[in-house]
Structure formats: structure tokens, C-alpha cells
Write a protein that binds this ligand. Sequence first.
Ligand SMILES: [Zn+2]
Length: 52
Amino acid sequence: MAKVINCECGFVARGDTDDEVVEVIQGHMATDHPELLSSVDRQDLYGWIQQT
Ligand SMILES: [Zn+2]
């Protein structure tokens, strides 16, 4: 079962585990939305995870 986080810009982060998908979305936000990254904490990111 895969984990995904849908970014507001349309980017979809995918991973096999919660930790993996959070790493991917953090990397994406660091390059595309640095201002957003500073306004959310790790707990918020885990809350965005969806199962597919
Ligand atoms: Zn994005």
C-alpha cells in the first residue's frame, strides 16, 4: 500500500512508508515552497498523508 501527500500546487509525493512520503514532500517544499515549509511542522505533514 502506498502513501501519498497531494501538494496544493499539484505535486504528488509518494512513498512506501509515512516517513518516506514526509521526506519527499519536505524536499519538494524546500525547493518549491520554502515559505510554506517554515509554517508547517512535521505533525501537520503526517496529517496530510493519504493511503492509496
Ligand atoms: Zn507544491
